[in-house]
Each structure stands twice: as structure tokens, then as C-alpha cells.
Design a protein around this ligand. Sequence first.
Ligand SMILES: Cc1cc2nc3c(=O)[nH]c(=O)nc-3n(C[C@H](O)[C@H](O)[C@H](O)COP(=O)(O)OP(=O)(O)OC[C@H]3O[C@@H](n4cnc5c(N)ncnc54)[C@H](O)[C@@H]3O)c2cc1C
Length: 368
Amino acid sequence: MRVLVAGGGIAGTVTAMAVQRAGHEPVVCEAHPSGGADAGAFLTVMHNGMDALRAIDAETPVVEASFAAFGVELVSPDGATLSTRQFDTEALAGPRTLTRAAFYRVLQDEAQRRGITVAHRRRLVSATAGAPGVTATFEDGSTVSGDILVGADGLHSVVRRLIDPDCGPPRFTGLTVVYGYTRAAGLPAAPGVYRMIRGSRAAFGFTTAPDGATFWFARIPDTERPRTELAAVTPAGWREFTGAAFDGDPLPCAEIVAATGDEVYGGHSYDLPTTRRWSTPAMVLAGDSAHAASPAAGQGASMALEDAVVLAQCLRDLPDPASAFAAYERLRRSRVEKLVAASAGQDVGEDRGWLYRHHLDWDSRITA
Ligand SMILES: Cc1cc2nc3c(=O)[nH]c(=O)nc-3n(C[C@H](O)[C@H](O)[C@H](O)COP(=O)(O)OP(=O)(O)OC[C@H]3O[C@@H](n4cnc5c(N)ncnc54)[C@H](O)[C@@H]3O)c2cc1C
């Protein structure tokens, strides 16, 4: 089966590798002109995301491009440690932190190493179902045909709207998220741990990479502004906005923000609590296009990785796309919607075993 994949990000590249392993022919079409070297910020792939990569033997390049953390510390505004939590790193290869640019690059490189082409400058604008199959049309007017189309085209998915023209837009979570990294010396260090700080107005977290770089993020309550306005904010503007959120707090947050150069990225946080339709007989959603979560749990990428593997298993084991899509939705919907709800409440809870300990075995058979 020829599987068209719209989006060469996290869900897209891994879906392509997984469907290839399932015996199908993937074709990846990515809107971005390059491999994402200019993609901002960084992210953390949790244990379950690494487990999904391991299911298709794609874990190693991500491990090599990332660094580990072994636990989380929660610190109050006066600097007191409120709690510490160790990850079970014996059994689970996570979490791993890496820049978004590095993540896209290693996934695309690995897909290409496996003989999968990721075509850039191919922005999907529409698709029509044939009998059988689907034809995708791109911004430049070109078309490509396949048996099915996987919408791995992220939060503002075109495929989601093709599947359900009445679907609503993503929901603003009331938070602006700012991420940065700096190599400035002399900053407080948190090697091997995520130090999470509850400031009086906003939340902050940071970790120190083995090379000494500080990776930090801030979640700041905010009102929604137009996308064009946000896109025009400069690095200095993001530093000022973030520094102000921690001004007066006796914590290192403002100091770390002030020591950051131009590697600072901000944007509103959106989620998708539920998506009414995940598929048509020839189209299906994976990753953020189906279920975006607020970054509170740091699980969006990991869930996208799980989706990719499960979707490919369903396409391997079930006789036709419609029954594969039904099984995929049955296996995925409750888990991802539970995550989105927990993240929206900012309370993913202390017991995160249901997230981290989720194991995907490539060889297990999916039944209808
Ligand atoms: C600031 C921030 C921080 C985050 N931090 C974390 C974290 O620490 N851990 C974590 O797990 N998650 C995190 N997330 C969430 C995570 O980034 C997403 O859940 C994840 O990227 C989803 O992967 P995806 O492949 O579905 O979408 P994306 O990674 O968004 O990939 C979609 C791809 O589709 C392409 N595309 C879009 N439209 C089209 C089109 N029409 N045609 C063709 N291609 C198209 C895009 O260019 C992109 O390459 C964070 C999100 C944000 C905003």
C-alpha cells in the first residue's frame, strides 16, 4: 500500500518508518523548505516516547543527539525544595532532552537512511478521495496519489479539516510558553535533573546539559494575541516579557533569562481536548493533528511517537484501511484524551506510571 504522509515532523517521519517496517510504501511531504534546522526551542522525549522509538529500532540516533535526566525537583518561590522524584532510569531509557531542530534532523536522517524520501516545500492544501485511494494537492499545484493519507501535519492540520470541515480551532490554554538555552557561565546548575520552580506569577523549569548549557522554559499566564503580533516579538522582547514574570521572585529564573542571548523562543500554548473524527476511509490523523496537549506534561512528542507505531501496526495486521483506522482510534483515543485533560488542568499528578510505563511491542498482533 502506498501511504502518503503530510508532515515530516515527529509523527510524520516515525509513521513513515513504521509503515515501511509494516510492509507498506511511505511518501512524506513536508511543507517546510528545509530539514527544520531553524525550528526553535527544545523538547523532552519521555520514557514512553523512547519506548515507541525502540519498537521500530529508531531509538539510537535520538539518544545520541540528546541528554538524559534522572529526576525532577520542585522548588517553592523562597527556594525551598518541595519534592523530588527520581525516574526509573534502570528499566526505561528516558527522558531525553534535545533541541527541536536536532530531533527533526535525526528523525529525517534516519528515515532517509532507510530509503524513505522526505520531500520538502510540499505544503498540502487539499485532498480528494478516489475509488480507491486518495490524491493530495500541494500549494504549488502539484499532486500525488496513494492508497491512504496520514495527516501528521501538526496542530493547525489541514487534514483534520478535510476529515471534518466543521472541526473547531485549537483552544488557547491561557499560557504563553517561552523556551531558551544559554551557554553563559556561572548560572545555577541542575545537571541530570529538571528543577521546576513555582514563581509567584509563573512557572519555570531548567536543566543543565553535560556541556554546561542551561535549557530553560517558562509558562506564563497570558491573554491571547494575534499570531502576527506574536511572530513579531524579538528575542529581546521575549527576554523582557519572561524576566518581568519573575521580577521580584527570590529565584534564579530572571537571572537565567537575562543571561540568554537570541536563542529564546515564545508562543501561545494551544490544545485540542477532543477531535470528533480521526479518519475517513482514506485519511487518518496522527500526533498533534488529532490531539494536542498543553506542554505541562511534556508528552506531546511522545504521544505522537506512540501514535505512529500503533497506526503502522494496525495497517500491518488488519485487512483494510477502514478497519485499521477503527482499531487505531480504539487503541489511542482514551489515552491521549486523558493526557490532554490532565495537562489542561496543569495537574498530571504524581503517579505518572500510566504515561511512562506504556510499552509497545512491535510483534504483538492487533485484532479488529
Ligand atoms: C513550546 C512547546 C514546547 C513543547 N515541549 C514539549 C516537550 O518538552 N515534550 C513533548 O513531548 N512535547 C512538547 N511539545 C509538544 C510537541 O512539540 C508536539 O506534541 C509534537 O511536535 C507533535 O508532533 P507532530 O509531528 O504531530 O507535529 P509537529 O512536530 O508540529 O510536526 C508537524 C509537521 O507538519 C508540517 N506541516 C504542517 N502543515 C503542513 C501541510 N499543510 N503540509 C505538509 N506539511 C505540513 C510542519 O512543518 C511540521 O514539520 C511542545 C510544544 C510547544 C509548542
